[in-house]
Structure formats: C-alpha cells, structure tokens
Ligand binder design. Structure first.
Ligand code: AHR
Length: 558
C-alpha cells in the first residue's frame, strides 16, 4: 500500500487542524531494493560536539516570556515561583545547555535595571515589538506590548537554574553605555555581599545571594540593523569599547559579537578586518561570532520581499515543502563561507561561530493565540528542518560553538506551544530529544550516497539531496542521525562503519502520514517518535528510512 502523500496538498488547503500520525508500518510493507549507502569513517574525527549547539533563545516578544515561560506566582497554571512547571519539566528531558535572553531586537531596547527589585515597583515599558505590523488585529494590550518587567534577570536566571541551562545575556549596545553593561556583569557575578549591586540581586524578588556566574555575554544584537544600523567597522569599535575591561570575579567571560545576517560576508569581513587592524590579539577576547539565518522565503525565487516571501506554516504544497528545506540547508554554505572570511584575519580560528538565531519563519495566521506575535504552528516539515540544521552543526563541530533555535516557546520555530494551562511539545522538541546522545560526543565524518529528490520548482526541475545526516561516537556507542527528505519514497540504506563492526542497533523514528502533521492542544501526541527494530548482519546493517522522516540509530560497536 503506497501512501498518497500528495493528498496532503489538497487536505492542507482545507484544514489546519492536527493530523493523526501514521504508524511506520505503512511504509514497512512496501518492498524496495537497497538504493542508498551511509558510510561512517571513525578515523576521520571532526571535533567534540559542543552541547551548546543545542541551545535556545527566549525574547520578550509576543507569548514567549509572558504566558510561555512566566505565568506569575498567583496563576492557576502550575508554576515554580511564577515559572511554568510544564515547561521546566519538558526542558529537563532535553538537557538545555544554554538559553539566550532577553532578545533579539528587544535586547537593544532593554535596561536590565527595570527588571530588578520588588515586582510591584518595577516600571512598565513599551516593548520593542509593540508596533510590529505582524500583530494579529485582535491582539489585546498586555505585558507583551507594555512590559511589566515582572520577568527580569533573577527570574530568567532562576529559570535557567531550574532547567540546568546556562544563561546567555544579550546586552543593549544601541541604547545603553558600556558602563551599564559592566554593571550588569557586576549585578550578576559579583560575590555575595561584595557590592551594592550584589545586595540588589539578593534583595530583588526571586532573590539570589550567590553570584550567578554568567559566562556568556552578547554584545548587541543584529547591530547591522535593529541593533543600531552600524557599519561593521563602527561595530568593531563599539564591541572593543564594551569589552575592553570588565571585572571577571573568577568567571571566564565569553563574549559573543553580533555577526552577520545570512550571507552578508561584508559584515564579517568588515568587522574582522577592522579588529585585526587594531590588533589580532583582540580575537582572544571574542568567544563567538554570531550568525542569524532564518528559512523564510518560500516564494520559489519570485520575490525577496520580507513580507511577500513568507508562506503559511501548515498549508503548504510540495514545492514549498522542499523550498523550506532548501532554505534551511543553506546554513551549511553560510557556515563555510563566514568561517573562511574569519580565517583570513583570525588565522588560528580562535573565534568560533555562534548561530544564535535559526529556524523557520512563516507568515502570521497559525499562532495559537493573538497575543503570540510571530507565533506559528510547527509541523513535521519543521522537524526535518531542525534535524538537518543540527546535523549541519555537527558536521561542522570544529567551527560551531553554539546554536540557539528561535525561539523556545510560542514564537517562530518553537519547541513548545502554550496558552494558559494548555501546553504541548512540537515535532521539533522530539528532534532535540532524539539528538541528545550527540551532545559532547566526537563528531566523525560520514558519506551519504542516495538518489536525489527531483521536484518541480516554477516549472523547472529542481533537486535536493536524497539522504543526509551526521554521526558521533561516544566510547563504543555510535549515534547516527538521518533525514530522508523525500515526500513519498522511503530510502533503504546499507550502513557501514569503517574501522569497526556493528554489534547491535536500536532505531528511533519520527515520521507521519502527512508532512504538515502537527500537535494541537486537542491532540497533543499526534506527532511522536517511536522505537523500531534494527537488524544487524555480519557487522553491517540495512535500514529503511520512511519518507519525510528523521531517524536516530544507536549502534553498539565492536
Ligand atoms: O527572532 C525574532 C527576531 O529576529 C529577533 O528579535 C531578531 O534578532 C531577528 O531579526
């Protein structure tokens, strides 16, 4: 029985409700010959995978903070000191390494002092996003437009502590001084009782007498745009001024500079050239060079307009499905090209890439509540995008030190959707959970050989790779993650490990009958991964990857 996946096109245009996932067995019944091969070359190590590439991003934007994370202590929604319990519990399952906050563009409008002291006395401020054209018409006023500052530094870092994540604080370069930045570091990191700001920290609500020991500090956000419209040369000067001196309090401060938007190599070149001119020793002070890349333009090349190029999150057809993956897949060349430019000036590659915003960005309309600006549904297609992106980071584990999917909850490529007491895990959450064995493991080279996907793009034949992924080794356990992007065809692959034999194998598969399948509050478990049997024969194995699927194989080696 062949599943008529093209039917999703017609169905998708008619309904946007949750779709029930099919059992993998539907595909397992279709006989097919081995058509693909995955080779894992153990001797070719890339680097240890920094767990921080599995990082998150939470901005004061729409429903991310107010409603998503922060429900308040008096809420009927179960909470831990005001923080949504269900979110904390779910996050623990994926061991979040780092969470970036408070923005995004919001960061360059934020005064961290507003979020300190007793909550009742904190000022209400106009949010950066208050006038965004994307707001649904019926969006009421509330803290998402006029921020109550009830969620400030202590509340955020408490959230991090509850989930086991490190905080990554993005400082305001556009509107605040280097002194204000310096004092935020002092507020977070000066030892208990040592300074007036340490006292403020201890006497704020959600108090912390002890230092937070925050390591990651972003110096501005998108400084080429909302963060100040700087030139890269101007930004280099600003960055140097902000980071020239700061008290360390025994904490290894890791500065992340505001890097490029997509393929803007001029931004990278301008910053690195000007910084090198001043002294290449300055590269020792930069931990990460940011990179932002969203998969948003699904117009099949018809426009580059930021609004006109976007499409719906749930109602999409075959070309739009592949276009999203193609747009996301550009991440690989972006990493390689920026890395090359960085290396022209920082020859030892002291500075690594921090892809501190990535994900799918659709047109408004599928948000679960009108207060969720830039909120969108997240389907199986987004799970594929997440998997192929994480695989890219892993294949470039020597270059990428951090990744932060945008955003954590109720916004863009979210892992969670919530409204009041309703809460769900998106398919992207499941990808993050499936990929956890890669964290801290050694990435090794892989070679994927599979028939390419052919599809019609504006009446021209277009193609996309047929099978992709990455592998990492931890002791004798090899984890291989594999994406089959083909909408209709399974891929049957022979899996060969160069340098070892496979002793036993386990498989976990995320696939659905329709690529726009997604979880809803009424049907929150429509899309979930399942375990499958994987049989090993004489040290190698065959595996059948269902159409539009993400698979994790765990291979015990001898
Ligand atoms: O993630 C939404 C926005 O996208 C961020 O605020 C900004 O940095 C980027 O343009």
């Amino acid at each position: 029985m062949k599943v008529k996946r093209r039917e999703f096109l017609r169905n998708a245009m008619m309904v946007s409700a949750g779709v029930v996932a099919a059992r993998a067995g539907a595909f397992a019944q279709t006989p097919s010959a081995t058509d693909s091969r995955i080779e894992i070359i153990l001797a070719e190590e890339i680097a240890t995978i920094n767990p921080d590439i599995y990082g998150h991003f939470a901005e004061h934007l729409g429903g991310v903070v107010y409603d998503g994370i922060w429900v308040g202590e008096k809420s009927r929604v179960p909470n831990i000191g005001g923080i949504r319990t269900a979110l904390v519990d779910a996050l623990k399952r994926i061991r979040p390494p780092v969470i970036r906050w408070p923005g995004g563009c919001f960061a360059d409008s934020y005064d961290w002092r507003d979020g300190t002291g007793p909550r009742g006395r904190r000022p209400r401020r106009t949010n950066f996003w208050a006038d965004a054209p994307e707001w649904p018409k019926n969006a009421p006023n509330g803290p998402w437009k006029y921020d109550t500052n009830h969620f400030g530094t202590n509340e955020f870092l408490r959230f991090c502590q509850l989930t086991g994540a490190q905080g990554y604080l993005a400082a305001n370069l556009r509107g605040m001084t280097a002194q204000n930045f310096f004092e935020w570091i002092e507020y977070c990191n000066s030892p208990a009782g040592s300074t007036t700001l340490a006292e403020l920290r201890a006497n704020s609500e959600t108090p912390s007498r002890e230092s937070f020991k925050v390591q990651f500090w972003g110096v501005g956000n998108e400084s080429w745009g909302c963060g100040g419209n700087f030139t890269p040369e101007e930004y280099s000067a600003e960055f140097r001024r902000f980071t020239a001196a700061a008290p360390r309090y025994g904490v290894n401060l890791k500065y992340i500079a505001s890097g490029a938007n997509g393929e803007d190599l001029n931004w990278t070149r301008g910053f690195f050239a000007r910084t090198a001119e001043k002294g290449s020793g300055l590269f020792n002070q930069i931990y990460g060079w940011g990179l932002h890349h969203y998969a948003w333009n699904l117009s099949l090349g018809k426009t580059t307009n930021w609004f006109a190029g976007k499409r719906d999150a749930v109602k999409f057809d075959e070309p739009e499905y592949y276009e999203l993956l193609r747009e996301g897949d550009r991440m690989e060349e972006l990493i390689e090209r920026h890395w090359t430019v960085m290396g022209e000036y920082d020859r030892q590659h002291r500075v690594k890439l921090a892809v501190d915003e990535w994900g799918a960005w659709y047109s408004p309309g599928s948000e679960v509540h009108p207060t969720h600006l830039l909120g969108q549904q997240s389907t199986m297609r987004d799970a594929l995008l997440a998997a192929l992106t994480l695989d890219i980071f892993q294949r470039h584990a020597d270059k990428v030190a951090m990744g932060n999917v945008a955003q954590l909850i109720n916004c863009l490529h979210a892992l969670f959707l919530a409204y009041e007491d309703k809460f769900l895990l998106t398919p992207t959450f499941h990808v993050f959970e499936m990929f956890t064995p890669h964290m801290g493991a050694k990435a090794v080279r892989t070679v994927f050989s599979a028939p390419q996907v052919q599809y019609n793009r504006n009446n021209q034949q277009a193609h996309f790779w047929g099978l992709g992924g990455s592998a990492s080794i931890n002791d004798k356990m090899l984890t291989v993650t594999v994406t089959n992007p083909h909408l209709e065809e399974p891929r049957e692959a022979e899996i060969v490990v160069r340098g070892a034999r496979i002793n036993s194998a386990r498989a976990r598969v995320l696939s659905t009958s329709e690529p726009n399948a997604h979880n809803t509050f009424d049907n929150p478990r429509a899309v979930e991964p399942r375990d499958e049997t994987a049989t090993v024969n004489a040290g190698t194995m065959l595996f059948r990857f269902p159409p539009a699927s993400v698979t994790r194989l765990q291979l015990a080696l001898v």
